[in-house]
Design a protein around this ligand. Sequence first.
Ligand code: SDX
Length: 423
Amino acid sequence: MPADTLTLIDNRTAKTYELPIKDGTIKATDLRQVKVDANDFGMMTYDPAYMNTAACKSRITFIDGDKGILNYRGYPIEQLDEGSYIESAYLLLYGELPNASQLAHFNGELLERVELPAFFDRFFDGFEQHAHTMSMWMAGLAALSAAYPESRKVLDATVRKEFILRAIAQVLTLAAYAYRRGQGLPLIRPKAGLGLVDNFVHMLFEKEPHPVLVRALDVLFILHADHEQNCSTSTMRLVGSSQADPFTSLSAAAGALFGPLHGGANEAVLKMLRQIGSVEHIPEFITRVKAGEVRLMGFGHRVYKNYDPRARIVKQTAESVFAVTGKNPLLDVAVELERIALSDEYFIKRKLYPNVDFYSGLIYEAMGFPADMFTVLFGVARTSGWLAQWEELLGDEDQKIGRPRQIFLGEGKRDYVTLENRK
Ligand code: SDX
């Protein structure tokens, strides 16, 4: 049986090294023994954007990008979408599907915590009405850090549990308040007796929501709940590794999500579809994509080199929503854009497929959400995944404060030159 080791020969010194292989990886710090002389710091890996670096061990979410597989704690996303968002949040946090009494208890724990501290009644008044809802939501997350200084006791498991529950519940109320401010409407308080997602819709629109739309939002929240070590989750982990409180870490993760290459893509897709305007203009847009002038937003993924399994479910969900709201005319543009892209060599060669963001914005818009709310809807659902990953990080004895190294290419030591002596 071959040994689980990697034999390295450093041709600079002809020295040989045996590095242990574990879980299909070598420990980067094992490379530090590779030196050219005693003064050498030792070898590092160079991996900008972490294209090939495992930063943690995790048991939460598994993705197979080539096969288009996404499992939360082993359960395929295509099956979990039959359940509820809070069931998936429980699964991500505690590792098992809840039984009926556990689910009811968890739901009760969240609903008990759905009210925001009183100062939030005035918090969003400080923003201009046209402020981006995602910017307001992010500010609200950081403000929760001020509201709950006791949440800084991050090494206390009981404290973590309390604030994980508060965060999962209150990010929805925060999102509703930010939305209402953006619409210039009065706040609507949470209503007793409603489920978490029903309450969210109530705080947004007040009118009795159509059950198909609430169900669709629940499914979209399941799909967005976690996605292993994506940009925003890695941010949550890095900030969390400094033992910052969970709300500070959440506000940082939300910042990463806001980028158009990440969670901001759902808003960017709608803008792109509007710019294309009609099916007739698709060929000209595709030409611009191939020329590198623009990106086909909602397409491509660092991990999925196959159809994002979530995109398929989002597309199915769109049909149920449009049956109630009437079809979004941009859907025809999106479907034709997908059809053309999937048959075009440029996209096939680069393995570019629709991702979770390609169709979700069309649904949100049909539900009555403005485009600057789309990434907030992504973030409120991803909060349960961010917190599950944060909890796992703090319980992992391998982990310590994250601090990458660099390859220094700058100036060597040089002496200070006084102002009068500078050219
Ligand atoms: C999310 O990581 C996650 O899990 C994220 C997420 C989650 O749930 O957390 O799944 C959510 O962020 C989904 C992705 C949303 N973003 C977008 O839809 C924005 C558009 N997509 C891209 O910008 C891009 O595909 C990324 C950012 C998603 C991935 O980029 P990579 O892996 O860094 O790939 P790349 O930029 O190096 O591109 C490789 C090639 C390049 O062409 P060449 O230089 O080889 O000629 O593919 C091209 C790129 O130009 N390419 C695209 C493209 N995406 C990649 N060309 C046109 N349109 C695109 N969308």
